[in-house]
Design a protein around this ligand. Structure first.
Ligand code: C2E
Ligand code: SIN
Ligand code: SIN
Ligand code: SIN
Ligand code: FE
Ligand code: FE
Length: 405
């Protein structure tokens, strides 16, 4: 097989795999890694267009960040104006692919300059650059992939070739489609939330945003305490936020009579209401997607209690295969039998339920709510997480202020 054919087959194979990655950060990570592989490049970054800004979303660099699996890339939320003064901006606007042989000796007839600040702050020397637009099939440019310092087999920095340009362009188009798909998934999640808001008027956007944000902050506090890596915290935090926003979507399967009852539920009604946890979990069954895995975990476990008195517990039956009538709730999960994100979301959800007014009850005073959490620490709630919740309470209040009903 010719080398060209082998390369094309390799690209097709990667593209097929990209189709299985659902969360944005893992996807960008993989795309950048593969583009660098194709060209044997030392470093690279991805920028995404967000309105009139260009967001520096991802960077990998083998020389600066050693290959221990976690620290070789870092995140930056740096946004810059989308205009032709930067190289990435030029590519995003014109859709042209650039081959630069020497970043410090750029042709005079172009509108952009090379920004040396990254090199300076990281003590790195960028020489050759290949920058290609991330263009979807509808010719929409959603970002730019920039790969840096091609190397020969002796590890010396060389120029990128015309062949590199062709392959990277082809790959970038497919990558753009995959990126667009995960952005669409995000859009789909927001629509799903909208739908449950229509079904249940008390599931307001504000409530859902607050529960998502409290959970995300509580996760971050927990992860910092456990000394989890920065990169992992950042990507997981985002997923925890989205998945927690979806904690109650299973309520869409509960009848209006119960869901909208402006008074206390009877015991029988409450028994039915409890199934919103299982209905929610059933909605997300693709275990290949980290987002789906987390959403299932949270929907299913957000009403478990630390002392084992919560629900649905260890259910009898397979929630993904059996008829719902055949699924019986079981003995409550206890302590760390309850998955972490379920324990986190329980605190976020109850805090918001108590501090807010509901059609069936008034809002509680803040002090009553805090006393309730102290009293229920080790009973309803994971005591370690309650302590962390208090330690970030200023942030919690700021979130309450930001998302008002
Ligand atoms: P939700 O309104 O999101 O409430 C979430 C959780 O916050 C509740 O889970 C409960 O643990 C806590 N919580 C809410 N209000 C109170 C309260 O007044 N006192 C105390 N101690 N805790 C409270 P839970 O009990 O499993 O309820 C699940 C969902 O069932 C609730 O979600 C709500 O949608 C519905 N629900 C529960 N009780 C009633 C009720 O009496 N009437 C109506 N209409 N719906 C209810
Ligand atoms: C993400 O953007 O990280 C999550 C979106 C998704 O998985 O749908
Ligand atoms: C809910 O039922 O969980 C939402 C109530 C609220 O708006 O706080
Ligand atoms: C409830 O009010 O339905 C449950 C209260 C709790 O266990 O915290
Ligand atoms: Fe719930
Ligand atoms: Fe809720």
């Amino acid at each position: 097989m010719s080398r060209e054919l082998a390369t094309i087959k390799q690209i097709l194979h990667i593209v097929e795999e990209l189709g299985h990655i659902k969360d944005l950060d893992s996807l960008l990570d993989r795309i950048l890694k593969e583009a660098r592989n194709l060209t044997n490049a030392d470093a690279g970054s991805i920028y995404l267009v967000e309105g009139d800004k260009l967001n520096f979303s991802f960077v990998q660099n083998d020389t600066l960040f050693k290959d221990d699996g976690t620290s070789k890339y870092f995140y930056s939320d740096k946004k810059m104006e989308l205009n032709q003064k930067s190289m990435a901006g030029y590519v995003a606007i014109t859709g042209k692919t650039l081959l630069i042989d020497d970043a410090y000796n750029i042709p005079e007839d172009v509108p952009f300059t090379f920004n040396t600040s990254f090199d300076k702050s990281a003590n790195y020397k960028t020489t050759s650059i290949l920058a290609a637009p991330l263009k979807t099939s509808a010719d929409k440019i959603i970002g730019v992939i920039q790969i840096i310092n091609a190397k020969n087999n002796k590890g010396e920095v060389i120029k990128f070739t015309e062949n590199n340009k062709i392959y990277v362009n082809y790959f970038a188009t497919n990558a753009a489609v995959a990126i667009e798909r995960t952005l669409l998934t995000r859009e789909l999640i927001l629509r799903m939330l909208k739908m449950s808001e229509l079904r249940d008027p008390k599931e307001t956007g504000a409530h859902v945003n607050r529960v998502g944000a409290y959970s995300a902050e509580l996760y971050e506090a927990w992860a910092n305490k456990k000394e989890i890596g920065k990169k992992e915290i950042k990507s997981t935090k985002d997923l925890v936020r989205l998945a927690s926003m979806l904690h109650d979507v299973g309520k869409v399967a509960i009848s209006d009579l119960i869901l909208k009852k402006p008074a206390k539920l009877t015991q029988d009604e409450f028994e039915i209401m409890k199934y919103h946890t299982i209905f929610g979990a059933i909605l997300f069954k693709d275990p290949k997607s980290e987002m789906d895995r987390l959403s299932t975990e949270i929907a299913l476990n957000h009403h478990e209690k630390w002392d084992g008195t919560g629900y649905p517990g260890f259910v009898d039956g397979n929630i993904f295969e059996d008829e719902i009538e055949d699924i019986k709730m079981g003995p409550g999960k206890k302590g760390e039998e309850i998955p972490l994100y379920g324990r986190i979301c329980a605190i976020a959800d109850v805090y918001d339920a108590l501090i807010s007014r509901r059609v069936y009850k008034d809002a509680w005073d803040e002090n009553e709510v805090l006393d309730h959490f102290k009293e229920q620490s080790g009973k309803h709630f994971d005591p370690e997480l309650v302590e962390l919740f208090f330690s970030i309470y200023e942030t919690i209040k700021a979130i309450r202020n930001k998302f008002r009903d």
